[in-house]
Design a protein around this ligand. Structure first.
Ligand code: COA
Length: 144
């Protein structure tokens, strides 16, 4: 499988594949309500996908957030987790943030995923809060 990360917009034919994977991971696996999984930021966001053949097997999106960038909807197909794809996506986000002169990368991490983001230089900020019935923590990676 290629681990090339392909940048797409919501008008790309690959966007449907990204939404399919997100549905499978967040709505089916994690019981996030379908009507909040896709939100108003999706249409204008920069999306990224990793493909196996024509299937999207990993995805994330990035949106502007003041002088920072907000990373979200990070998902890897269940059977491919633990193989470094999530790390590849976040390393790409860090590279993009640096290239764009972003002040920081921010994200709302599921508390159980916080160790994954910590390994990539993110630190928790503020209290734990509920989002879609799942405990979350805000995490920030200040760019050097
Ligand atoms: N808890 C603790 N450590 C974790 C972890 C977790 N949930 N997920 C990954 N890690 C660690 C890995 O062990 C690895 O450590 P190492 O470098 O010391 O070996 C490192 O983080 C990178 O892991 P990687 O294989 O790149 O992660 P992944 O491809 O499985 O992607 C997620 C991580 C969280 C994106 C993936 O598990 C996923 O899609 N989960 C379901 C959706 C989700 O919860 N998304 C996050 C929403 S905030």
């Amino acid at each position: 499988m290629s681990t090339e990360i392909v940048p797409i917009r919501s008008d790309s034919p690959l966007y449907a594949g990204a939404l399919r994977l997100r549905h499978e991971v967040f709505v089916v696996e994690q019981a996030v309500p379908a009507d909040i999984e896709v939100d108003e930021l999706d249409e204008g966001a920069q999306h990224y996908v990793v493909l196996e053949g024509e299937e999207v097997v990993a995805t994330m999106r990035i949106v502007p957030y003041g002088g920072a960038l907000k990373v979200g909807r990070v998902a890897v197909r269940k059977d491919l987790r633990g193989a470094g794809l999530g790390r590849r996506l976040l390393e790409e986000a860090i590279r993009i943030g640096a290239a764009q002169g972003a002040r920081a990368l921010v994200l709302n991490a599921q508390v159980v995923a916080a160790p994954f983001y910590r390994k990539l230089g993110f630190v928790e900020e503020g209290p734990i809060f509920d989002e879609a019935g799942i405990p979350h923590t805000r995490m920030v990676r200040v760019m050097a």
